[in-house]
Design a protein around this ligand. Structure first.
Ligand SMILES: Cc1cc2nc3c(=O)[nH]c(=O)nc-3n(C[C@H](O)[C@H](O)[C@H](O)COP(=O)(O)OP(=O)(O)OC[C@H]3O[C@@H](n4cnc5c(N)ncnc54)[C@H](O)[C@@H]3O)c2cc1C
Length: 471
């Protein structure tokens, strides 16, 4: 017998579970099909939460390593890291949060159907593994997310040549780790395992680390990474990687064409993620795909009526769609509200904050200086270093800066880019500034509490007008 719902969501990641909760809040009868044993998807199980938990451990170790400076006395010896305890604490956090989503499903009377879904056509979703059954849905939301992918010629064996899915579970600190790719995932693992004691080499094909960030941010991160003993090879390609019983032998090629051998205990491939549509029968149903991603309009409608898609699995056909938890969740809210008949406005993807939790942290939103110039703005820029602030000195976290990119003509804030302490928190003010089309003058007139890291934002605004107070 078919089970009838207003909305059936496929996938319980940060896109799917949020869409389900919002649809339920708006009076819809909702089911979610999820094939994993826990709710929360990539973010909770393999992504945001486990990596940031590991980074907090790395930060704790950093503080202990500087115990003398803090006047904290420790027994003689070098502080180390107990990976058993690290993994246990991380898993406890992940378990608590995934259980929290189960609680929210119960609270919102959402049915979790445990199994793998396929689109059966005519408003039907067939659960082909697990709780086998056919669901009838007035509206279907596909939120099947993404999975790690490699590059041609590099075979992931999940033992020596690994992805982030394995890197979050390591039982021992590798002696050496080569990381391919310096996006958010690559640089975060570089910070984690360097602090834990690994010899870390990070290889980036493009000329600079974190290539989507403002150039000044990339340069500052490279400076800091080198200071921490992370080997940085930019403009470099991995041409060969062969796993053996004890490690990985690599060959890398620099921009000038010269090659060099490298070897390491582990190779982490962090070159991006691809869409998950396998087994859905999306194309058979007539869903339009683009390089495997499901094509949607700005309201997340696919090419098939009453079938929507959100999150990592989609493309809007307008350039890169950010694969971020907060983007998928916002899309989940919007799709549920649109299904419930609310008038919704398309998301402004220029206002998506990018947070990278490496050490030092990066937070950014809006146009980089180069992008603003490319678009023809008469650009004004102001930067302010965290190191000057009393709050940063007290915290012993004095690296980095806040940089504001503005339009000279209207004084409008176009982008804010920061690297340094608490940047992933401080960026929230910048996101609001862009959303409200703030001028630099308005940021200057906003009272920033003292002593805080946020004073760097106010000072960077002053600097745009050539008048930073403390510099
Ligand atoms: C290491 C790492 C760190 C990250 N850190 C951050 C971060 O700090 N901040 C941030 O914003 N983003 C981060 N991300 C990205 C973030 O995790 C993703 O953007 C987000 O999880 C995407 O959500 P989603 O709902 O689209 O898909 P997913 O979270 O991938 O969820 C999809 C779900 O669908 C299920 N599914 C797939 N096919 C089927 C099927 N046929 N039937 C039933 N179920 C199915 C899957 O099991 C999965 O649970 C990180 C990612 C990684 C890998």
């Amino acid at each position: 017998m078919a089970h009838a719902y207003d909305v059936v969501v496929i996938g319980a990641g940060t896109g799917g579970y949020v869409a389900a909760i919002r649809a339920s809040q708006l009076g819809k009868k909702v089911a979610v099909v999820e094939k994993q044993q826990a709710l929360g998807g990539t973010c909770l199980i393999w992504g945001c939460i486990p990596t940031k938990a590991l980074l907090e451990h790395a930060h704790a170790l950093k503080v202990v390593q500087h115990a003398k400076e803090w006047g904290v006395t420790l027994p003689a010896g070098t502080p180390g890291i107990d990976m058993g305890q690290v993994q246990a604490r991380k898993d406890k956090i992940v378990g608590g949060l995934t259980k929290g989503i189960e609680f929210l499903f119960k609270k919102n009377k959402i049915d979790w159907i445990k199994g793998t879904a396929r689109l059966a056509g005519g408003g039907k979703v067939e659960v082909v593994e697990g709780d086998r059954r056919t669901l009838e849905a007035k509206e279907i939301v596909i939120a099947t997310g993404s999975a790690p992918r490699s590059v041609p010629g590099i075979t992931i064996d999940h033992t020596r040549i690994i992805t982030s899915d394995e890197a979050i579970h390591l039982k021992a600190v590798p002696t050496s780790l080569v990381i391919m790719g310096s996006g958010a995932v690559g640089v975060e693992f570089a910070s984690i395992y360097r602090r834990f004691g690994s010899e870390v080499t990070i290889i980036e094909l493009l000329p600079r680390l974190v290539p989507v960030e403002d150039e000044a941010v990339s340069a500052e991160l490279e400076k800091s990474f080198k200071k921490q003993g992370i080997k940085v090879l930019t403009g470099t390609k991995v041409t060969r990687a062969t796993a053996s019983g004890t490690g990985v032998d690599l060959e890398v090629q620099g921009a000038d064409g010269t090659t060099q051998p490298l070897s390491s205990e582990l190779l982490l491939v962090a070159t991006g993620r691809g869409p998950v549509t396998a087994g859905l029968d999306a194309e058979a149903l007539g869903l339009e795909l683009d390089r495997g991603y499901i094509k949607v309009d700005p309201f997340y409608r696919t090419s098939v009526p009453h079938v929507s898609a959100i999150g990592d699995v989609i493309t809007l056909g307008t350039g890169v769609h950010p694969q971020l938890a907060h983007v998928s969740s916002m899309e989940g809210v919007l799709v549920a509200e649109r299904i419930a008949g609310h008038e919704v406005q398309p998301l402004n993807y220029q206002h998506v904050p990018g947070c990278t939790y490496c050490d030092p942290e990066i937070g950014s939103v809006g146009l980089t200086e180069a992008e603003a110039k490319q678009r023809g703005y008469d650009v004004a820029v102001g930067s302010f270093p965290f190191g000057v602030l009393g709050r940063a000195k007290m915290a012993g976290e004095a690296e980095g800066f806040v940089k504001i990119v503005a339009d000279k003509k209207y004084d409008e804030v176009l982008g804010v880019h920061m690297i340094g302490p608490r940047s992933t928190e401080l960026v929230a003010e910048a996101v609001l500034a862009l959303r409200l089309e703030c001028t630099v003058e308005e940021l200057i007139r906003t009272i920033h509490a003292h002593p805080t890291f946020s004073e760097a934002v106010a000072e960077a605004a002053h600097a745009v007008h050539g008048a930073a107070i403390h510099m």
